[in-house]
Design a protein around this ligand. Structure first.
Ligand code: NAD
Ligand code: MG
Length: 388
């Protein structure tokens, strides 16, 4: 199986290459991409010897090309946004791992879908901002879409079949750790730092998703992602806080059965599951020790502490452009928070104000999605100027 990894140098990308590297007879790396980390991508090229290495930022491509030449690799170095799309749809790869962070991943992730690939989706923002267009492309191209997000991968494992056989499902329950601020008094949240927000208790992840986990916007994005992936209305997707992150999500059936998927919190499990599906392979993850785990706890999410979750549900119910606006405003807000420009609670405020300022509209096609994304970023930046 020939595998292309979009966003190879990130947290998901590195975990993917770890699993792939354990099965040299099964997987061959076709292309690796990154934003601008030439040294990181070169190191991966030396190990995995891909046909292509792509940097989104053309300015970073020269040192990579030099490194590849000096190492005597056959890897061809490409750069720019078009090159990302080119390798995503390249007929010589069958599997594409979509692990770029943010709406920046939309075009290459969608290109892989349109080319009918087996697409392993981590890039949830692509589905949040372009759900209807994305899922229509999956249907039209016959692509196989497999969720990497641990919750959605868990739900997938607990459903009888992909896309069909959904009779008898009452609801799905997405578990949430509650992040680093689950028990922080709401009055102290305004002053937390980016470092505190990125120190997740159970998972080690990129900075954007770490902040999203701390605000619980991540869970909101995942509710939207789940509705698209599993063809369910918002009322059938619920969130339960589960601080141990051992149950990765659950499906409840009408007969009262609840099926859950459990495991240690390590993304190599869902990655290995999706890479090999419908088979099972070694992932390198230690088996879960239930006796040592001892207790599993559950609580309802606190809407005062985590307003972003409510904003995501509202956007989902509003439909049209609302989820694209929510996502773009959140990206602007998280970036501003990480840069020290706004406080933690201002993230939700900026998203809410941006949603209020942009009238609802339909997203008929990809152009409309991209326009909504651009408009929301501009509005969010203006709103930010007024707030900061
Ligand atoms: P990360 O920041 O660690 O890595 C992001 C990758 O995308 C890097 O390779 C980076 O070079 C690339 N990238 C960033 N901006 C880009 C741009 N403009 N153009 C091209 N490439 C760009 O992020 P991550 O934690 O690996 O998350 C990746 C995606 O997976 C996100 O959508 C996230 O929500 C999702 N996800 C991550 C985890 C996790 O455990 N890390 C779990 C579930 C879902
Ligand atoms: Mg998740």
């Amino acid at each position: 199986m020939r595998v292309t990894v979009l966003g190879a140098t990130g947290s998901i990308g590195r975990s993917t290459l770890d699993v792939v590297g354990r099965h040299p007879a099964r997987f061959r790396v076709h292309a690796l991409t990154a934003h601008r980390d030439a040294a990181g991508l070169l190191a991966q090229c030396l190990v995995h010897r891909p046909r292509y290495a792509v940097l989104a930022d053309p300015a970073a491509a020269q040192p990579l090309a030099r490194g590849v030449r000096e190492a005597g690799l056959d890897t061809e170095v490409l750069s720019g946004a078009e090159a990302l799309v080119q390798v995503a749809e390249d007929p010589n790869a069958d599997t594409v791992v979509a692990a770029i962070v943010g709406a920046a991943g939309l075009l290459p992730s969608l290109a892989a879908v349109r080319a009918g690939k087996r697409v392993l989706l981590a890039n949830k923002e692509a589905l949040v901002c372009a759900g209807a267009v994305f899922m229509a492309a999956v249907r039209d191209s016959g692509a196989t879409l497999l969720p990497l997000d641990s919750e959605h991968n868990a739900v997938f494992q607990c459903l009888p079949e992909q896309g069909v056989g959904r009779g008898g499902v009452r609801r799905i329950l997405l578990t949430a750790s509650g992040g680093p601020f689950r028990e922080t008094p709401p009055g102290e949240l305004a002053n937390v730092t980016p470092e505190q927000a990125c120190a997740h208790p159970n998972w080690s992840m990129g900075r954007k998703i770490s902040v999203d986990s701390a605000t619980m916007m991540n869970k909101g994005l995942e509710v939207i992602e789940a509705c698209w992936l599993f063809h369910l209305p918002p009322a059938q997707v619920e969130v339960v806080v589960h601080p141990e992150s051992v149950i990765h999500s659950l499906v409840e059936y009408t007969d009262g059965s609840m099926l859950a998927q459990l495991g240690n919190p390590d993304m190599r499990t869902p990655i290995a599951h999706a890479l090999a599906w419908p088979e099972r392979i070694e992932s390198g993850v230690a088996p879960l020790d239930l006796v040592r785990t001892g207790q599993l706890n559950f609580q309802a999410p606190d809407p005062r502490r985590f307003p972003c979750l409510g904003l995501a549900y509202s956007a989902l119910r509003a439909g049209g452009n609302a989820c694209a606006v929510l996502n773009a405003a959140n990206e602007v807000a998280v970036e501003a928070f990480l840069a020290g420009r706004i406080g933690f609670m201002a993230i939700a405020e900026l998203v809410e104000r941006t949603l209020e300022r942009i009238p609802r509209g339909e997203l008929a096609d990809l152009e409309a999605v991209l326009a909504a994304d651009t408009q929301a970023r501009e509005t969010a930046r203006q709103t930010l100027e007024a707030m900061a």
